[in-house]
Write a protein that binds this ligand. Structure first.
Ligand SMILES: N[C@@H](CCC(=O)N[C@@H](CS)C(=O)NCC(=O)O)C(=O)O
Length: 211
């Protein structure tokens, strides 16, 4: 079967997979699901992913959810160009992927909600300030890493850059204050030069805006 990616193109977690697929020219079909596209509340979807979340990846003999697990799976196969070359680089890539899940994404999502997703009358300056503080601390750490290494895992662009880089388009386009960070700004600039990033990540998120 042609592999199937379930998930709406406006989801930052789906975008990670779309970006990896595009970087490596991996044939697949994408089906819109989640958010305004629904489908996640059906029994069939729950069988694929009991979390009822997107993305979900389906190929012969495998149904997989959790975007970072999908990224690793692709990079161990047709997306090998994204898989770090040495065991040490694989460990470092994993470290930054875990950092993305635990430390970068939660405040970034919080800021996105307080700036875009919530209707203006439900936004809270206190919550925004709290999330921005945590986000700044996470971005300072990323900036420190990129000031020592061109890409997160080392010399080569790969899955860690995709995991951490996909939400950064939102960071750099939201209406918030952004302190200059030379290395991080340069890394983001290099991401925006990749045609696959432009096509899959640098896209409108207006459908998510609260009324
Ligand atoms: N840890 C999961 C998070 C998945 C997730 O929260 N997906 C969001 C979209 S970014 C979702 O499915 N939201 C409900 C919806 O879109 O209906 C992953 O990385 O895949």
């Amino acid at each position: 079967m042609t592999p199937v990616l379930w998930g709406r193109a406006s989801s930052v977690n789906v975008q990670k997979i779309m970006w990896a697929l595009e970087e490596c020219g991996i044939a697949h079909r994408r089906i819109d699901a989640g958010g305004r596209y629904g489908q996640t509340d059906t029994a069939e979807f729950a069988e694929m992913n009991p979390m009822r979340r997107v993305p979900v990846w389906q190929e012969d003999g495998l149904t997989l959810w959790e975007s970072h697990a999908i990224l690793r799976h692709l990079a161990r196969g047709p997306g090998a160009a994204l898989w770090p070359k040495t065991r040490n680089e694989q460990a470092i890539a994993d470290q930054w992927i875990e950092f993305t899940t635990t430390t970068l994404l939660p405040p970034l999502i919080g800021v996105f909600f307080e700036t875009v997703r919530l209707p203006p009358n439900e936004r809270s300056p206190e919550m925004l300030s709290k999330h921005l503080g945590a986000l700044d601390a996470a971005l300072d750490i990323l900036d420190g890493r990129i000031s020592q290494s061109p890409w997160l895992a080392g010399k080569h662009f790969g899955i860690a850059d995709i995991a951490a880089g996909s939400p950064l388009y939102r960071y750099f386009t939201m209406d918030i204050r952004r302190p200059a960070r030379a290395a991080l700004d340069d890394w983001y600039g290099r991401l925006t030069e990749r045609p696959a990033y432009v096509k899959t990540v640098m896209t409108s998120y207006e459908e998510l805006r609260g009324a």
